[in-house]
Design a protein around this ligand. Structure first.
Ligand code: SAH
Ligand code: SF4
Ligand code: F3S
Length: 457
């Protein structure tokens, strides 16, 4: 680790010869894991003497952390990078860096190398901690630095710049061993690697001392946390230990795979008072034939039974999910099973996407049975019916008072603040900016589909 800090010091020395503080623009696509990685990248940038800017035009270094989960995500990133060409023409000293899941695919890295000559540094998901060394190489004369690894260990003690001072994400594991047949993540993130139990707890204790009140534990499959560690601590045990840390009032976690969600975890959730009554539990599809083709390792009936068990143990729990529409082989009749799960569970939020073919995954070779148009029609229907379910779920909040952690100004109305309840409902209300990061009591006065409005009492 010390040598890493030495490299960062060297870059800082190079940068300090400039008249002004150099600026970094960072842009992150994809999931919470990518966001957590970006916090480390920003930490390293700060350690190397960079300030931050919100406009790429004023930047001396641009870092884009990429996502490969769907084709649409990749298109967006190519568009992004294309726009940086003009900025580089005006500022030839600009260093453009691409990293993350998309770069981890050989074909993409090759394309960037040949068709995007103005991109200076490319690395993947396994060697983020080597970024300072790559930047040092670039700043001391190497024309382009492309460094990709296919595996890597978790690096502890990375510098971190967090988004705010009250809510923090803490990575507990990376990688995924599940190989759902549609999914690129096991290829871009490698096998599951858990962080040491004590390292996680110490990090959170440090955050509590700094005044953080909310922690989100993240990993692609947090329920299998610890299986690769010597003494095999379970995720439930980790949750209980975080629950005991003074000052941490809200604990959330993403993402859970239904097949690994144990009774021990349900019990821990029910008993730990700081663990929020909220669970993201992706089911992906309702039809058993499709679930089998997806390699999800559960049936519709098993999933619904699990939901019943959770609801019985934790009444009022708020459930959200992910759904893929139009998986190869899925007919509209099969899709009815997905709608059936939606109506039975009554989720508070559904993230749904049309299936996107990912090269190298088993599903990429499977054949479609319905047209793209029909898939879109099914997705539209899902969105419409889910809107109604979400709205109806929200009705029970009317006139009641909830403790809300204030997150910031509302995006749609500058005079309003926005925060969340324990069960992750977004609440808008009038208030002063000084309330950001504190808990306030809000009485709900208006019900909407994706948020609610209230007033301070
Ligand atoms: N590990 C998490 C989610 C990872 S990816 C889990 O298992 O739940 C996030 C979501 O993207 C998935 O839940 C899935 O719904 C969606 N997704 C992944 N691959 C996809 C693909 N090829 N096409 C469409 N959606 C996909
Ligand atoms: Fe992808 Fe499945 Fe792993 Fe989630 S559990 S990251 S969907 S392979
Ligand atoms: Fe995307 Fe990689 Fe996350 S593919 S969803 S950024 S793990």
């Amino acid at each position: 680790m010390e040598t890493r800090y030495n490299v960062m010091k060297k870059v800082r020395e190079i940068n300090s010869a400039e008249e002004k503080t150099l600026l970094a623009y960072t842009c992150v696509h994809g999931c919470a894991q990518n966001e957590a990685d970006m916090e480390n990248i920003r930490g390293m940038l700060m350690e190397m003497g960079y300030g931050f800017t919100d406009t790429p035009e004023t930047a001396d270094v641009i870092v884009v952390n990429t996502c490969a989960v769907r084709e649409g995500a990749e298109f967006k990133i190519y568009g992004n990078v294309g726009a940086f060409k003009k900025i580089k023409e005006k500022n030839p000293n600009l260093v453009i860096v691409l990293c993350g899941c998309m770069m981890q695919q050989e074909s993409v890295a090759r394309k960037i190398k040949h068709s995007y000559p103005y991109v200076d540094i490319v690395f993947g998901t396994f060697n983020i901690a080597d970024f300072p060394l790559m930047l040092y190489k670039k700043l001391t004369g190497t024309k382009r630095v492309f460094e990709m690894l296919t595996e890597g260990k978790i690096v502890e003690g990375m510098p971190t710049v967090r988004e705010n001072k009250f809510s923090a994400s803490v990575s507990v594991m990376s990688g995924c061993n599940n190989f759902c047949s549609y999914c690129i993540v096991p290829y871009t993130r490698g096998r599951e690697r858990s962080r040491q139990f004590d390292a996680i707890i110490n990090e959170i204790k440090g955050l509590a001392k700094e005044g953080y009140v909310e922690i989100t534990l993240i990993g692609q499959n947090v329920n299998s946390y610890g299986k690769d560690l010597a003494d095999k601590p379970t995720f439930a045990k980790l949750l209980r230990a975080v629950n005991d840390i003074e000052g941490i009032k809200r604990i959330r976690f993403v993402t859970s795979h239904p097949k690994d969600l144990s009774d021990e975890l349900i019990e821990a959730m029910a008993q730990c008072k700081n663990v929020c009554k909220q669970l993201h539990l992706p089911f992906q599809a309702g039809n058993n034939k499709i679930l089998k083709l997806m390699n999800r390792k559960y049936t519709k009936e098993q999933y619904l039974a699990l939901v019943e068990k959770i609801k019985a143990a934790i009444p009022d729990i708020s459930l959200t999910t992910d759904v893929i529409v139009g998986f190869p082989g899925e007919t509209t009749e099969d899709f009815e099973d997905t709608m059936d799960v939606l109506h039975k569970v009554k989720y508070d939020g559904v993230y749904s996407f049309i299936y996107s073919r990912r090269g190298g995954t088993p599903a990429a070779k499977m054949e479609d049975v319905i047209s793209e148009e029909e898939k879109h029609k099914n997705l539209e229907r899902l969105l419409e019916e889910q809107k109604e379910i979400g709205y109806e779920n929200n009705l029970k909040y009317m006139d009641n008072v909830y403790e809300v952690l204030v997150e910031g100004k509302s995006k749609s109305n500058d005079n309003m603040l926005s925060g969340r309840t324990e069960d992750n409902k977004i609440i808008h209300f009038e208030g002063d900016e000084s309330l950001i990061g504190t808990f306030v009591n809000i009485k709900i006065t208006k019900i909407k589909t994706f948020y609610m409005v209230g007033e301070r009492i």
